[in-house]
Design a protein around this ligand. Structure first.
Ligand SMILES: [Zn+2]
Length: 53
């Protein structure tokens, strides 16, 4: 048995799915510099300080 399956109880989950979810957690891209905001709740861009709306 795979360790991951043992931990989550979810057989057949793809690593890609988790990775994609992690990307979404970064929030939307900064409108000024294009880098992803660090979290979905971020109000400021961590890279350039641009305020999100
Ligand atoms: Zn920025």
């Amino acid at each position: 048995m795979h360790k991951f399956e043992e931990l989550t109880g979810m057989p057949n989950i793809h690593f890609e799915t988790i990775y994609h979810h992690r990307l979404k957690d970064l929030g939307e891209d900064c409108k000024k510099c294009g880098l992803p905001l660090r979290s979905v709740r971020a109000k400021l861009c961590a890279s350039c300080g641009h305020e999100k709306n």
